[in-house]
Write a protein that binds this ligand. Structure first.
Ligand SMILES: [Fe+2]
Ligand SMILES: [Fe+2]
Length: 140
């Protein structure tokens, strides 16, 4: 099974709370990738709960920092939740391996998502914070 190896040089976005959420995502995805049949659904559920919170937090950051063009990012998050819901349904139907397959897909997804959409969000929040220090009202 493909596991995500966290690397600061590749994954850290210099945003403390976002980096913490991403490290938790990596740990839970790897735990699902390594899950024995009997624990797949429980570990997938943990990852789903994490993703709901993680994505809701990022949405709040996008909104409070008034980031333009967020629809693509939100759609990408929705795609992950749909993938996990579908895998959960397969597991409930007795299809062992569906959770591990989802973890494999998410390992590939995460590198791309973090390096593009999340990196853009982290950069935007840094710019807004900087603008705020310059007296330009940017965070509402
Ligand atoms: Fe993220
Ligand atoms: Fe994101």
């Amino acid at each position: 099974m493909t596991r995500i190896e966290w690397q600061d040089s590749m994954h850290a976005l210099q945003s403390g709370p976002m980096d913490a959420a991403h490290q938790e995502f990596v740990a839970l995805t790897n735990a699902l990738a390594d899950a024995p049949d009997g624990e797949e659904l429980a570990r997938l559920t943990q990852l789903f709960v994490h993703c709901k919170d993680h994505f809701a937090q990022e949405k709040t950051w996008m909104e409070t920092s008034r980031m333009p063009g967020i629809d693509n990012h939100l759609r990408d998050h929705e795609g992950v939740l749909t993938l996990l819901e579908s895998a959960a349904a397969d597991l409930r139907g007795g299809q062992h391996g569906a959770g591990r397959d989802a973890a494999e897909s998410l390992a590939a997804w995460f590198g791309q998502h973090a390096a593009t959409l999340d990196a853009a969000l982290a950069f935007h929040m840094q710019q807004v914070a900087h603008a705020g220090n310059s007296g330009i009202p940017a965070v509402g």
